[in-house]
Design a protein around this ligand. Structure first.
Ligand code: UD1
Length: 365
């Protein structure tokens, strides 16, 4: 059974790592499975890409398509052209795409048009916000895939509402949490830990990269100023995404009282959130990790495709409402945050379930 695994942007790497490990175990058990890891090159900086391969023990990609940057259409088109060549040269039985980045959608379309069974890991989640490229990627990918591996009952319901037959929906849990479980004891303090005098609970983590939060420099400046004022007395560690960095640099946005650091590798980032007072973010994946780690999380978005992080978890949505942001930060400072409970099947075994399902459905008899 030949499998091609697609990864392209930072959040994909945490999602494919446990699948690779589960495939290796199946191969050791005697299954004749061959897999190729394809990196589309969507993310390419060392600390956005190869660092994660090294720390998570993912083998070097068999092919890097080097499709970096560009507009939405350029990036998607470049990935489709290069991925088609890869698939024609190394024709697999199954293509696995994960998550919701441009690489996910581009490779799903390419694979499906070549008549290859295409399966989507983290299928069915929906924010309802079609202004986000990720939502379009989710809708398109789920419209054409053959099998759907889901992280939540919400995702199952969304897929059922699309009339997808239940034998194609596989509720397996969350591969990102598999990675958290598998690597938790490898977490380590970043090199700036002592220099910044960081201690458990004396700092917030801030991450921002969504166009809605960072592309308007006036808004970004007011947001940063507000956060630095309201968290008075706490340090703010801001691992800065390249997209955000280029806007801060171009518009000379002041970042008073905020400690800017490079994008962190996985082991350092998990360490930082584990010991933080709270996380302020516009990421979806981080709100899953803070839910499992029971760390308060404020999300600077109006919607989430991961409602379980709000309903079961430690996440709240504040959008761009500064009053709501400030009152939630105050709750955190007063130690009045809700306690998270673990969403169903977020137990570290999702990738095993995915590989077992692929074997059951597709392994030749
Ligand atoms: C992408 C994903 C987003 C995900 C995020 C995680 C899409 C539509 N968006 O957003 O869902 O949450 O990754 O980080 O797929 N850049 C670099 N070095 C890199 C990567 C990017 O300098 O290694 C710069 C480039 O100038 C690029 C810009 O960042 O044009 C944005 O990168 P891109 O991959 O287009 O989108 P992200 O904002 O990273």
């Amino acid at each position: 059974m030949k499998i091609t695994l697609v990864s392209g942007a930072r959040p994909n790497f945490m999602k494919i790592s446990p699948i690779v490990k589960a495939l290796d175990i199946a191969i050791l058990e005697g299954y004749n499975i061959k897999y190729r890891i394809i990196h589309t090159g969507q993310h390419y900086d060392h600390n956005m890409s190869s660092n994660f391969f090294a720390q998570l023990g993912i083998p070097m990609p068999d092919n890097n398509l080097k499709c970096s940057s560009g507009s939405q259409a350029e990036q998607t088109a470049k990935i489709m052209i290069e991925f088609e060549k890869e698939l024609i040269q190394n024709f697999p039985d199954i293509v696995v795409v994960v998550g919701d980045v441009n690489s996910t959608m581009a490779c799903a379309i390419t694979s499906k048009k070549l008549g290859i069974k295409t399966v989507h890991v983290e299928a069915g989640i929906r924010s309802g916000d079609m202004a986000m490229p990720e939502e379009i990627n989710r809708v398109v990918t789920d419209a054409i895939c053959d099998d759907f591996f889901t992280t939540s009952e919400f995702a199952n319901l969304n897929l059922k509402n699309l009339q997808i037959p239940s034998n194609k929906i596989h509720f397996v849990g969350n591969t990102m949490i598999d990675t958290l479980v598998q690597n938790f004891n490898k977490m380590k303090a970043p090199e700036f830990w002592d220099a910044f005098e960081l201690k458990k609970n004396n700092y917030f983590i801030l991450t921002l990269h969504r166009p809605i939060n960072v592309d308007n420099p006036v808004y970004l400046e007011s947001l940063l100023k507000n956060i630095s004022l309201i968290t008075n007395g706490y340090k703010i560690i801001f691992p800065i995404h390249p997209r955000t960095k280029s806007i801060i640099d171009s518009f000379l946005i002041p970042v008073n009282n905020i400690l800017l650091v490079e994008p962190q590798s996985y082991n350092e980032f998990i360490f930082l959130i584990t010991y933080s007072k709270a996380v302020i973010t516009d990421s979806g994946g981080i709100s899953e990790e803070t839910t499992v780690l029971n760390i308060p999380c404020i999300t600077l978005r109006d919607t989430t495709e991961r409602p379980e992080t709000v309903l079961n978890g430690s996440n709240v949505l504040v959008g761009n409402n500064m009053d709501l942001l400030n009152s939630n930060i105050q709750l955190i400072l007063n130690n009045q945050w809700k306690n998270a409970t673990l969403p169903m099947l977020w137990d570290g075994h999702a990738a095993e379930r995915i590989v077992n399902t692929l074997i059951l459905k597709y392994y030749p008899n």
